[in-house]
Design a protein around this ligand. Structure first.
Ligand code: GYE
Length: 307
């Protein structure tokens, strides 16, 4: 049988590229769509995907990465749960000579050569878009505008930057006041719970809810309705992601605006992996193009969403 005496060079082109991917969790609709996109794109590209879900735990991500190193995968990709604490493990990856792609959220490291490229959205811009929409929407209201903010995962890039972009846009407008801002982990359950406490403490003073993602906004809508106020009318709601579920609520007038954040990063990731393996150089930053949607266009857009 000839195949037994195949040399390495004959065999090499037939071996599939192995990509070890450390996904941070399954907290939201965005995340589920992101995982599906990566699985499907890997299949399509003929790349063997080793997938590990870390359930929001950075140390679980470290474990997954160490097992990828041990098993000598060709490329590692990480969607990091928080920004800090990555330098040592990234050094381990570098020492093993395995190229690294950062996906979705960023890592805060002093040496950017520790990863090849970062594929993801411009979260700072998303925060600015949310702030700008709010200023526009509230332009006829001259007195104080009370804002509450549902923050995603503490220390994660989208939470840090969505918070900062939003604040930068309103910083010279003293009538826009953030009454309360609280971490709600990007989940429906926490969004609802935290919104309940906001309402109990300052119900009538809340004019605007800025939610760092759709799941928390959807939870908050339930809390607002249970409290006896009308989401989208008594309280203006601005969210981020652009999931189908949020578009449905926007078509009902219960969410006023959604800033898009595209989770379908699979094809971009697989393209980057292939280019890397072919020895091509990649840009340090690959940004996903995104829009803003408002109630007026919700009905046309709903159902067209891919996530
Ligand atoms: O907005 C949120 C998810 O990192 C961009 O994480 C992602 C965020 C997304 O849980 O829904």
């Amino acid at each position: 049988n000839k195949s037994v005496i195949q040399t390495d060079s004959e065999q090499a082109p037939h071996r599939k590229i192995v990509l070890g991917f450390s996904q941070l969790g399954a907290e939201s609709t965005w995340r589920i769509a992101n995982t599906t996109s990566i699985r499907e794109a890997a299949k399509e590209a003929g790349i063997e995907l080793w997938f590990e879900n870390a359930d929001q735990s950075q140390s679980k991500q470290f474990e997954a990465i160490r097992s990828f190193i041990k098993q000598k995968v060709d490329v590692i990709a990480i969607a990091p749960v928080i920004e800090s604490g990555w330098e040592p493990i990234l050094q381990e990856i570098k020492q093993a000579g395995i190229p690294l792609i950062i996906l979705d959220r960023l890592v805060n490291v002093s040496d950017p050569s520790l990863y090849v490229t970062y594929i993801g959205s411009d979260f700072y811009e998303e925060g600015r878009k949310a702030g700008k929409y709010m200023i526009d929407k509230m332009s006829t209201k001259k007195d104080t505008i009370g804002i509450v903010e549902l923050v995603g995962t503490e220390g994660s890039t989208p939470s840090i930057s969505r918070g900062k972009g939003f604040r930068d846009v309103i910083k010279d407008r003293p009538n826009f006041k953030i009454l309360k801002s609280e971490v709600s982990d990007f989940t429906f359950a926490q969004g609802k719970q935290v919104m309940k406490t906001f309402l109990a403490k300052m119900g009538g003073d809340i004019d605007v809810l800025y939610s760092h993602n759709d799941d928390m906004a959807l939870g908050a809508i339930e809390a607002i309705e249970e409290y006896g106020l009308r989401p989208g009318k008594d309280i203006i709601i601005i969210s981020v992601d652009g999931t189908n579920k949020a578009f449905e609520k926007m078509a009902e007038g219960k969410i006023n605006s959604v800033v898009e954040c595209n989770p379908l990063l699979g094809p971009n990731l697989m393209q980057a992996v292939n280019e890397l393996i072919q020895g091509r150089s990649l840009p340090k930053r690959i940004v996903t193009p995104e829009s803003v949607f408002t109630e007026t266009m919700a009905e046309v857009e709903v159902g067209k969403r891919k996530y």
